[in-house]
Design a binder for this molecule. Structure first.
Ligand SMILES: [Zn+2]
Length: 430
């Protein structure tokens, strides 16, 4: 068993930041799994010489959710979008060791992978814009929400539980809250999900807003018609009840939420860490996010498993799939020969009715041999949750968590709401 988590990881800055008090800004991109183009990473570098502004950074790498297409409704229309940069390059798996799936030795993992895959629970493979989902769970029906398109609302166990727990918390605070619209997360097996660029590996969730009376008010200036108190409660609950990486929402919506929270007497330092910490803010502006929240979660367990099972994929032919994003000039034949696959198997796996390829589409490419080109993300270190000061924290409602398909306790492994999983790591001794 490997016992040196973190020490060999490249980014010391991330370690230091992750151990800092919750009020210190944590840059989403420090730990990001390439949800952004290179410009984002460059912009975040110490020199900050990329000249990019936050909105550009988030726009470029984000999905295509739109006020017209992807926000309130399941997306109908694909829009042209910017291609993500080459952020997948240079991200080799770290050999630093595991910290969230320590109960599984390499041998046990290999055996379970081969013989009892469902027992591993959810696995988040690859990247949000080039990934897939193994053992995803459908978002359940519930009192406090409406699942808008169930076939596109599969997530990892962690993601689904985080979201459900947050909505239950809103209901606990505001028993009269109308059902929240839970929009798309991922397809059952992840991968490309129209019309999004991301949402591919069970960690991105689109949530509608709360409106007075419950009915969505479809106007452009949503910040003027939403139920601000309920939406603020939702943001607060999301942050408290899950390992949120960031929440994308238009800055005009952020403004009314912040003003409300301030007036409601929320801790100003905590609020600033959520709203006003620049690239480290939990809430980030993104275009086309004026009618919904887009929440991206860290999945301590599912992401770590995704890294660990990558070398085992060929042991299960049906899971031995490369994800290929179609680029200009690609042909099915060319892709098939590059991956050692076949046109017919790619078409079948990807649900293509003909040989036409759309640039930006991500194909599932069944492999005959172990994948040498599949992107494997770096190990994820989940930062401590940014909890409000103690009185509120003590009021957290413990939500029932279903554990179907997950080994006992697995869904919560390493996700201590106090952030203890980080402070207890070897980095603390540095
Ligand atoms: Zn989204």
């Amino acid at each position: 068993m490997r016992v040196l988590p973190l020490l060999l990881l490249g980014s010391c800055a991330a370690l230091v930041t992750a151990r800092a008090p919750a009020t210190v800004a944590l840059a989403p991109t420090d730990l990001d799994d390439a949800g952004f183009p290179d410009a984002g990473l460059a912009e975040w570098s110490a020199l900050g010489d990329a000249g990019a502004v936050v909105s550009q950074v988030f726009d470029a790498g984000d999905d295509l959710d739109s006020e017209l297409t992807g926000g309130d409704e399941p997306g109908e229309e694909e829009r042209a979008g910017e291609e993500p940069g080459d952020e997948l390059a240079d991200q080799a798996p770290s050999d630093a060791g595991w910290q969230y799936t320590l109960e599984l030795s390499d041998e046990a993992l290999a055996k379970t992978w081969k013989d009892a895959l469902p027992a591993l629970g959810s696995i988040s493979m690859g990247f949000v814009q080039e990934g897939r989902l193994i053992n995803g769970v459908p978002f359940p029906q519930g009192d406090g929400w409406t699942v808008v398109s169930p076939e596109a609302t599969y997530g990892t166990r962690e993601t689904v539980d985080f979201v459900a727990s947050a909505i239950r918390q809103v209901k606990a605070w505001h028993p009269d809250a109308p059902p929240l619209r839970v929009n798309q997360i991922s397809a059952r097996e992840g991968g490309y999900l129209r019309p999004h660029k991301t949402h591919q590996n069970g960690r991105d969730v689109d949530l509608g807003f709360y409106y007075p009376g419950g009915e969505t008010v479809r106007v452009r200036e949503r910040e003027k018609v939403i139920d601000v108190a309920l939406n603020w409660a939702l943001v607060k609950a999301l942050v408290m009840h899950g390992d949120v990486q960031f929440i994308l929402v238009d800055q005009r919506v952020q403004k009314v939420l912040f003003e409300h929270a301030k007036k409601a007497g929320e801790d100003p330092v905590w609020l600033d860490s959520l709203f006003h910490a620049g690239r480290g803010s939990m809430l980030q502006h993104a275009r086309r996010h004026r009618d919904h929240f887009h929440v991206r979660y860290f999945n301590a367990r599912a992401q770590e498993l995704g890294v660990r099972v990558a070398p085992l994929l060929a042991e299960r032919p049906e899971e031995n799939i490369a994800m290929h994003r179609v680029k200009k000039g690609d042909t099915l034949g060319g892709i098939a020969s590059r991956y050692g696959s076949s046109v017919s198997s790619i078409r079948k796996a990807s649900g293509l009715s003909n040989n036409l390829l759309r640039i930006g589409r991500v194909l599932k490419v069944p492999l005959r041999k172990p994948c040498t080109t599949c992107p494997v993300p770096p190990l994820t270190i989940v930062p401590p949750r940014r909890l409000p000061p103690v009185p509120e924290t003590a009021a957290i409602v413990t939500a029932p968590v279903s554990d179907a398909g997950v080994p006992d306790g697995a869904a919560d492994a390493g996700i201590d709401a106090t952030g203890a999983e980080v402070t207890a790591s070897p980095s603390a001794s540095r």
